[in-house]
Write a protein that binds this ligand. Sequence first.
Ligand code: ATP
Ligand code: MG
Length: 351
Amino acid sequence: MKSVKQLKLSVPAQQTPITSFLTASGTFQEGDLLLNHKGLRLVSQPKDNESPVSDAKDIDITLEDLETVKVIGKGSGGVVQLVRHKWVGNLFALKVIQMNIQEEFRKQIVQELKINQGSQCPHIVVCHHSFYHNGAISLVLEYMDRGSLADVIKQVKTILEPYLANVCKQVLQGLVYLHHERHVIHRDIKPSNLLVNHKGEVKITDFGVSAMLASSMGQRDTFVGTYNYMSPERISGKTYDYSSDIWSLGLVILECAIGHFPYLQSEDQQSWPSFYELLGTIVESPPPSAPPDQFSPEFCSFISSCIQKDPRDRLSSLELLSHPFIKKFEDKDVNLGVLFGSLEPPVSLAR
Ligand code: ATP
Ligand code: MG
């Protein structure tokens, strides 16, 4: 830890807060007062028993200021760790993407990620900082303490309609922001990219990352990750637009309702179709739908407004926000915080 000068560290390690310090990035904190190149601010300290999650807009972060708590996830691009800011105590998720590409491109990616950091939507995971360091891109992300929807359905198997309507509404608010304000297609909506926390918040993550990696490698449509949630028009290499995210959303929500990936008969179906069989089925066969004997007409209609083979037949994110399925539970007291708060935080996530 080269340039970190601690001004006072006389309190025992378990006693927070450390009252004053100076970080490598030149941020000085004394109690609730924080001084950095942006000026002097008042920041709130976490209360006792409250996990100091990453509401840290005022903190300048360098990698040296972060210490690893544990590994919380692994994706095709790299590892995600839970990290703690050494001096302030805030928790973040640090996603490190190893990249085997030219330095010029890496720098360009970090530059673009910095632009994306300006997200102003409560349903998009905040990317606080991005660094290019030792041949890898590191993203300091808002920590979502109940993991992803994939982790949730592993524990609860299925999510009931009132909760699902609330999940859907939050994801749609994120999609409306991406589609109608930022004018971008997410391209990788899937359970592991929809993150949740104990407060019942649902947020979209990995916005722009896969698209940027592909485009910077000169292969705009090269895709790393799962094809399971990819729309038929994308699989067949046709042009696609925002509505390909709506297809993916429909599949994710149907999966949460029935408890298994909709193209499989059941969770314990013995053999998965091969990669090519699955892609063939998505392109050739009629799309999956919600069984009307098990779900409300509003839910069945919502699913079929998303999972349509012809992209023109799908509703937009804005239209779906006022769909009867979303409206039905809006004034009911549905508390996702109780559902997510009761779950175990995901532990080891190696795949
Ligand atoms: P792929 O890389 O194939 O797209 P993925 O989305 O699972 O798959 P990552 O984006 O690297 O891969 O994420 C891995 C896991 O880390 C996620 O499934 C999630 O459980 C966890 N994770 C990612 N970001 C965060 C975060 N901000 N807060 C908490 N957990 C996170
Ligand atoms: Mg992801």
